[in-house]
Write a new protein. Structure first.
Length: 476
């Protein structure tokens, strides 16, 4: 429980006694017991020798305080929030006896008009000392029934109320200071624990060095793997380049052979067309030769028939001609000459035609043989190229697959290396950030600790000042 007692003497000075903390047990069954408490008392003169007692208590249901003044015939036993104040008023106007059944935490006598008695702990107040055995006659003094002429100075009441308010404010301020000191002490203990923990963590540089060495070895291993992959890439790049060049060369040769084959096929088609036209021309010439031979035979038959008819006519007819005998006409010779001339012309034309067609036929045969030979050679070359293409296609596919696998492995290695380096850098950055954050937190904690120490020092100074004032007041 928390109590404060104030008194003022005639000189108007203020004094305070030393504060004390303790543990009070007790309490009834409804509210529970008391916990730790803090109490102090001060004396404040209200004109004459009068005491005002104020206090507060911590009960089982919360925080509260009670207050009772020693002037008048009334009391306020329970005021506050949750708890119960244990105080005794000066004059028990509403009860018979001294204290009745009212409990008190710390009873104090108050001079100036009445007497209040309480008990320490959980005991009950004083009751009537004995039970009257019978009903006795009550004698009433009529003088006491006269109204008392009391004249109270309003200035005195105002001063009293002001002093009471000042005392309340001082008590509240002092209680807040005490609570703040307790809170600061708890924070100080927590900060000391954190400080010791941080010192223990900072006193173990071997673990941090081990972690740093672990990450450094991990990053070094990743860098070594990256260098190995880069060297393998440098070794495989020329092979891949050579394979690409070889594939490109074979591709160009294949395209050239395809173009040659196309051109040869076109030439073959043209030669075939020429051969067909030459063959058709030969057939046409053969037909003309047959026609001319038949015409020649017809003319020969006609000539022989006409000649025989003419000879018959000439032989059977006697013609007397009167003609100049000086000239002799040799008809047989003329006919023979004409026949020989025609036969020669026919032989010559036949020979010329035969020679011409034989020459052209031989030329066409030679050309056909040459074209057939060229076509055969071209076909053989095409077959050879096709075989080479068929033989190179699996090699090209193998090289292409190998190239794609090498490129995939290179990309995978680069990706894994970059991801590993990135992860290592991120982890290193996280560790550095965590270390920097720990340093910042440590500096903030040290700064807060210094500020709390300064606040605690100021509160210790204020507490010492209040203690000295209370001790001086008690000594007076």
């Amino acid at each position: 429980a928390m109590r404060r007692y104030f008194s003022r003497y005639g000189d108007g000075s203020f004094s305070s006694s030393s504060a004390h903390c303790g543990t009070l047990g007790g309490g009834d069954g409804r509210f529970g017991g008391f916990g730790h408490g803090y109490g102090s008392r001060s004396l404040h003169n209200l004109g004459g020798f009068r005491n005002v007692y104020t206090g507060g208590g911590y009960g089982g249901e919360g925080v509260g305080y009670g207050r009772c003044c020693g002037f008048g015939g009334w009391r306020q036993p329970e005021r506050g929030f949750g708890g119960r104040g244990y105080f005794v008023g000066a004059f028990q106007g509403g009860e018979t006896g001294l204290g009745g059944t009212y409990r008190g935490g710390s009873g104090r006598e108050v001079l100036g008009g009445g007497l209040g008695v309480g008990e320490q702990g959980s005991g009950q107040g004083l009751q009537q000392a004995e039970v009257l055995r019978g009903i006795e006659e009550v004698h009433v003094n009529t003088n006491l029934l006269r109204p008392i002429q009391l004249q109270v100075d309003p200035e005195f009441q105002r001063v009293r109320s002001d002093e009471k308010e000042q005392i309340k404010a001082l008590n509240n301020k002092f209680a807040s200071f005490i609570e703040k000191v307790q809170c600061l002490e708890r924070q100080n203990q927590a900060l000391l624990a954190k400080w010791e923990l941080l010192q223990q963590q900072s006193s173990g540089p071997e673990e941090s060095r081990n972690i740093n060495n672990f990450f450094q070895s991990y990053v070094t291993n990743l860098q070594r793997q990256l260098e190995t992959l880069q060297s393998q890439k440098e070794q495989l790049d020329p092979e891949a380049y050579n394979m690409l060049r070889l594939v490109e060369d074979y591709k160009n040769r294949f395209e050239d052979e395809i173009n040659k084959r196309t051109s040869k096929e076109e030439e073959f088609v043209e030669l075939k067309k020429e051969l067909d036209s030459a063959y058709m021309g030969k057939k046409e010439f053969d037909i003309w030769v047959d026609i001319l031979r038949q015409e020649l035979e017809f003319l020969q038959c006609l000539y022989e028939a006409e000649l025989s008819q003419l000879q018959t006519v000439v032989g059977n007819t006697d013609v007397i001609l009167s003609m100049d005998n000086q000239r002799e006409l040799n008809v047989d010779g003329i006919i023979e000459e004409v026949r020989q001339a025609y036969e020669g012309m026919a032989r010559r034309s036949t020979a010329e035609v035969d020679a011409m067609y034989q020459g052209r036929y031989k030329d066409l045969q030679n050309m056909c043989v040459n074209q057939r030979e060229q076509l055969r050679n071209s076909h053989q070359e095409i077959q050879e190229l096709v075989r080479q293409i068929q033989r190179l296609q699996p090699e090209i596919e193998i090289a292409r697959k190998r190239n794609s696998s090498l490129q995939d492995s290179i990309k995978d290695a680069e990706h894994r290396g970059s991801s590993a380096i990135r992860d290592g850098q991120e982890k290193l950055q996280e560790l550095e950030n965590a270390l920097q954050q720990a340093k910042d937190d440590l500096s903030h904690l040290v700064h807060d600790y210094q500020e709390l120490l300064n606040v605690k020092l100021g509160l210790d100074i204020e507490i010492a000042m209040y203690r000295s004032l209370l001790e001086e007041e008690e000594n007076r």
